[in-house]
Design a protein around this ligand. Sequence first.
Ligand code: NAD
Length: 499
Amino acid sequence: MPDAAQSLLSGLGVTPGIMLGGEFREAGGGEVPVRNPATGATIAVVPLAGPADFALAIDGAGEAFGRWSRETGAARGEVLKRAAALLLARRSDIAQLLTLEQGKVLPQALGEVDYAASFFQWFGEEARRPTGRLQPHPVRGREYRVKAVPAGVAGLVTPWNFPLAQGAKKIAAALAAGCTAVWKPSELTPLVALALGSVLREAGLAPGVLQVLPALGPVAGEALTADPRVRVISLTGSTATGRTVLRASARHLPRLSLELGGNAPFVILPDADLDEVVPELVKLKLLCSGQVCVTANRVFVPAALEGKLVEKLCAVWRGLRVGNGLEAGTDVGPLIHAEACVRVRGLVEGAIAEGAELVAENRSHQADRGIAAGGFYTPQILRGVRDTMAIARGEIFGPVLPLLTYVDVDEAVRRANATEAGLSAYVYGRDLSLANAVADELEAGIVGVNEWRPLRAEIPFGGTKASGQGWEGGEEGLREFTELKVISAPVPSLRPPAR
Ligand code: NAD
């Protein structure tokens, strides 16, 4: 398997290293073995950036900013659209690398490549949209020009669960806006990030416009927040990391975009069609083995429907195949590493000790000796989960479906909102006026009504409450990387203003 990763990397033009000035280089922050989560095998060793590498990267991005920010939006957009096309042309290789490094099953990895490409396409188009406005001035003979200008060098930090798509969302928006960027991907999934850097270089991106620096989080956080030239920091990660970066940013006050953790409620209304709900709920829960910020973390079901729901869920659960994501027919891959399994197990055992009941589990991976050293967690369904249990209070980040019963809809909404997170929510029901009314009441940045995957490049996505601030996608995603500037100036005129 190490050979598979090596040949994918060389086919994609990647030499493991940091990408500075368009070249892959050695770095001064040590190195990290990249493991295939399905087998535990080391598939590459990647150098990590240290403080001096970040200083060089910010120097280069600062220099490149002078040129890139003065390109026309149309020219910037052309590079991004070429990157979208190249991602799709290299779809199969990038997806295999993603599965090898991250563990998600291949069809989901292919979906992630398509999703990432959609952001390059969208922001490639958005780059040429006119922004700003002329506004009347109260003094005769003058007017206001309100302009959106590129903010400067952007520091981008992304997690390991969608290492390609999270990078794409930020890079495409930053570059479309005219910023240059220093991207710190997760140290657990640097390979696919380097592959994206290589794709952008092939698309014609000038050296220095995007620097890719795999690094440890605290090293990157300190380097990016300590440098006054970094004018935007966009982080996707846990709420704890968001708080750390927010505090550290007090020094130079960059614009901050924080896409943080969730605790999504999935509200099944009394009239819901369970035959529609079950397949969508299972797809949502098992996407990336449950390691998703917008996954269904708490399923609220009317007490009268719980028995039927359990029966239908168990039937689907039993038929799943858990295993190596590269093998055809696999539904659920591993968690990112063995420690993640220990954490999820702790949450499940805690819930059972407090009275929850394990009603289904799928151990189909245990027969496969080839993955015995992988980080697999057995997909499980729990009923009788209560709001006070740790499993309902924070992100599970694993393939565990917790069922919570309710009696009336107002109660379900109140309990769904009783969390510090406010990222996503789901409502399923036949009566659309009720479903929409519930959607209006749920405190979340995005709500899917009878839809399990509402995220798209063309709409803004961001969290409320402790799930963060700022937006990715949509026209709002680009604005995260601009500053508004107002120029109050005399209007050139053939006739001088009357005095
Ligand atoms: P994490 O917060 O541990 O790490 C995220 C990134 O931040 C990594 O690159 C990490 O190295 C870096 N980091 C860690 N400490 C840092 C510091 N002090 N300064 C700067 N950077 C630092 O999160 P994770 O475990 O990689 O990812 C899972 C979390 O991300 C979950 O909470 C999940 O909900 C969240 N997430 C949110 C979204 C969203 O769009 N809101 C999307 C995906 C994941």
